[in-house]
Design a protein around this ligand. Structure first.
Ligand code: HEM
Length: 494
């Protein structure tokens, strides 16, 4: 019995030494000491992207860690990101599947999680050519204008009552409304209507489950037992959201049958019904309902989080806020809601959005990729099945790439052409390559128009100007990395 601690220590040391030496033997990317069983999980801390950024300074831009039994490679430089997402893009085009994503069989049918193949290609094609094409984005912009007007009305009401607006809350509802307008052309709802609230509750539920660390993802042996109840809860939320989407789709199919000559609507639902009727693709109704789920979940948390960061940065820099206001005034004049066509005339606003994305990419580690086969990158072997995380946050804060990387300086983007569309690897909040975010054209419009509407029409004061910097910059890691304390600001009419 007395010898137990000694034997246990001996076992741990032997296992760790074996893990490290096997890393060296196979020439895997270097990384911190992995403990047996847990690997490096205890080192992650509450902000894994920041921990990885620090570790990569020691171990390099291609570093490996063990998350339980999930072997993971972390990429932290634009050069290595280009290798992974472009040069070897086909190899690293897979996704690791979290247990939550298995809810309602989502992983087997979802564009966001299927491996690159026929079904995935068809859905990407529908998104690119039909839903997010320039033409369909232009076609649905008047519907989005109505939703921005609702945000404006709500802000006026708060201003009249001297009430603070929770920016996250208002951005979430507006984003959902803008997405519902684009996807379903839902009639203008009240700002806090029942339908919007139901969507909001479900999507927040999905995001909170997908964002929570789940032991079963790191120790697959636990998956059948679902020890944290993640899969059970995800089944409920995914089921409710799919039910709502199916309801909208069936309604549209029925109304087409009832009025075959009625004019078509400018929305994605109409496109989906056309696709189902024409049967051009080998896709079933479920592919399309799960696709809608991906779009709603993928688009709302991310956009909402970013709008809150943009407003936070502008509130912290009154001089930059004044510059955006002046630019908006010169372009919009007395007009209240910005027209999406005016975006090219607002270079400073565009620079503000880019700068916020550089400092606060909503998904700092993007969406996990997976190696579909063994691949040597920069002299190191990345074995088949490895999870690959791209640390976009670390690249955005790298002092070898950006001057004053931790300061909010939108001006840096005025005299250079760097964009976040996936070609400039130092700024890739939307990813890059085959799996780059398909919703970028809509996200781009949402971020700019919501910010413009808020900034142009009001002066803003913090509800709690005495809050410390630590409180204001504190973050919560999850599906998207957001402010820990919601930003609350009071609007004043000009
Ligand atoms: C600020 C807003 C947004 C950010 C920062 C963002 C970011 C991302 C990132 C990093 C990826 C993974 C890219 C990769 O692996 O290379 C992604 C994928 C995806 N995004 Fe977005 N996104 C945003 C908005 C949206 C919107 C508005 C939609 C839809 C309406 C959307 C739908 C999706 C989908 C479906 C995927 C999966 C694509 C695939 O795996 O093939 N996202 N997004």
């Amino acid at each position: 019995m007395d010898s137990f601690p000694f034997l246990a220590a001996l076992f741990l040391i032997t296992a760790a030494t074996w893990l490290i030496s096997s890393r060296r033997r196979k020439n895997l990317p270097p990384g911190p000491f992995p403990y047996p069983i847990v690997g490096n999980m205890l080192q992650l801390g509450s902000q894994p992207h920041e921990t990885f950024a620090k570790l990569s300074k020691k171990y390099g831009p291609l570093m490996s860690i063990n998350l339980g039994s999930l072997y993971t490679v972390i990429v932290s430089s634009p050069e290595m990101a280009k290798e992974i997402m472009h040069k070897y893009g086909q190899v690293f085009s897979g996704r690791t599947i979290a247990q939550a994503v298995e809810a309602c069989g989502h992983d087997k049918i979802s564009m966001g999680f299927l491996p690159v193949g026929g079904e995935w290609r068809d859905m990407r094609k529908i998104c690119k050519e039909q839903m997010f094409s320039h033409q369909s984005m232009e076609g649905s912009q008047d519907l989005r204008k109505l939703k921005l007007q609702q945000l404006l009305d709500y802000a006026h009401k708060c201003s009249d009552e001297g009430r603070a607006i929770d920016i996250r809350e208002a951005a979430f509802i507006t984003t959902l409304n803008l997405m519902s307008a684009t996807l379903f052309s839902l009639q203008a709802t009240e700002f806090d209507s029942k339908a919007t609230m139901e969507f909001k509750e479900i999507i927040e539920g999905v995001a909170s489950i997908v964002g929570v660390p789940n032991f079963a993802d790191f120790f697959p042996i636990l998956r059948p037992f679902d020890p944290q109840g993640v899969k059970r809860r995800a089944d409920v939320y995914f089921g409710r959201l799919l039910g709502l989407i199916e309801g909208y789709l069936n309604e549209r199919i029925q109304s087409r049958k009832a009025n075959p000559n009625a004019p078509k609507k400018d929305d994605f639902l109409e496109t989906l019904v056309d696709i189902l009727e024409a049967n051009d693709y080998k896709l079933k109704t479920e592919h399309l309902t799960h696709l809608m789920l991906d779009l709603f979940v993928g688009g709302s948390e991310t956009s909402t989080t970013e709008i809150e960061w943009i407003m936070e940065e502008l509130m912290s820099s009154p001089d930059k806020m004044a510059k955006v206001k002046a630019e908006l005034k010169s372009v919009m004049g007395e007009q209240k809601v910005v027209d999406e066509r005016q975006m090219p005339n607002l270079p400073y606003l565009q620079a503000v959005v880019k700068e916020s994305m550089r400092l606060h990419p909503p998904g700092p580690l993007l969406l996990p990729r997976k190696a579909e086969s063994d691949q040597v990158v920069n002299g190191y072997l990345i074995p088949k099945g490895s999870q690959v995380l791209i640390n976009a946050w670390a690249m955005g804060r790298d002092e070898t790439i950006w001057k004053n990387p931790n300061s909010f300086e939108p001006e840096r983007f005025l005299d250079q052409k760097i964009d976040f569309k996936g070609q400039d690897y130092e700024l890739i909040p939307f990813g890059s390559g085959r799996r780059v975010c398909p919703g970028m054209p809509l996200a781009n419009r949402i971020l700019h128009t919501v910010t413009a509407t808020l900034v142009h029409n009001f002066e803003w004061k913090l509800e709690r100007p005495d809050a410390s910097d630590a409180e204001r910059q504190g973050v919560l890691f999850g599906f998207a990395v957001r402010r820990a304390v919601p930003l609350k600001v009071i609007p004043f009419k000009k």
